[in-house]
Design a protein around this ligand. Structure first.
Ligand SMILES: [Zn+2]
Length: 281
């Protein structure tokens, strides 16, 4: 189960991982906490005036299409309001995910966990990856719900279900450095401001990264899923424009294992290590 803040976060952070899990017959679930209605609209054919009022429903359809492409088994929306970027007045708006009492959000996510019964939960670190309030809130809700699911709390939300592993998605510093070098060699600007990886707020120190998934086999589906988020992702998105060998560098998806109730040997290349033996035994 992948717990995300907005439509498109699932593809950007872990689209390849989700596609490859699907290839193996693993059931996957994407939970999207907010409606993403405050995001910048980048598509030329989507004028602000006519698109903004319908953006929540447009992004819901985009997420469903991306998940269909990635072979995700089910998509669920928690329906909280997008809070906007950090420091915006919209953070405090009624219905904004940021101001939602955390217990309300944890309860509904626990309900999804006890119904879907995931062995593994994937979400963001405490900085939400890059400091967006909805990502930080998603981190808190996912972390608390992962523990609450296996506890006697929320008895109305179904029988307790113990989750075996919790991961945070990660973009390692060394990974950014390598992409930056590849891009420079190809005569291109390093993407996402990576010319100085040490200054980027969304990178994870390498020593915290436990898991590296080789998702190169999923690049075409990853790109198609990015394009499905048409309102958000233009053709100038780095993974859609950079040369093949640079995109290949992007196609490793990294994680930080935070909780494990099964035996693992780190580093690892698969978020399911230890799970099969546990369920068989
Ligand atoms: Zn987001």
């Amino acid at each position: 189960m992948a717990v995300h803040a907005h439509p498109d976060d699932e593809t950007i952070t872990m689209g390849g991982t989700l596609a490859l899990l699907g290839d193996r017959g693993v059931a996957t679930s994407v939970v999207c906490c907010t409606d993403g209605k405050l995001a910048t609209i980048v598509a030329d054919d989507m004028p602000e005036e006519t698109t903004r009022p319908r953006l929540a429903e447009i992004r819901e359809a985009e997420l469903k299409e991306a998940c269909r492409i990635l072979g995700v088994s089910e998509v669920n929306f928690l329906g909280f309001g997008d809070s906007g970027m950090a420091g915006e007045a919209t953070n405090q708006m009624s219905g904004a995910f940021w101001t939602t009492p955390i217990d309300d959000a944890v309860r509904v996510l626990v309900g999804h966990m006890r119904r879907f019964r995931p062995h593994v939960v994937l979400t963001y670190d405490a900085n939400g990856g890059y400091g967006h309030p909805d990502h930080i809130q998603t981190h808190r809700v996912a972390l608390l719900a992962t523990e609450a699911s296996g506890s006697p709390l929320y008895p109305d939300e179904g029988d307790h279900w113990r989750i075996s592993k919790l991961y945070y998605s990660a973009f390692p510093v060394s990974w950014a450095r390598r992409i930056s070098e590849f891009a420079k060699q190809a005569g291109m600007e390093p993407p996402f401001g990576m010319e100085d990886p040490d200054q980027l707020p969304f990178l994870t120190p390498d020593e915290l990264v436990t898991t590296k998934v080789d998702a190169r086999a999923a690049i075409p589906r990853f790109r198609a899923a990015l394009r499905a988020h048409h309102s958000q992702i233009g053709e100038d998105w780095p993974q859609l424009t950079l040369p093949e060998e640079v995109v290949g560098e992007f196609a490793y998806e990294h994680y930080q294992l935070v909780i494990s109730r099964v035996r693992v040997s780190l580093p690892e290349t698969d978020v399911l290590t230890g799970i099969e033996s546990e369920t068989e035994g």
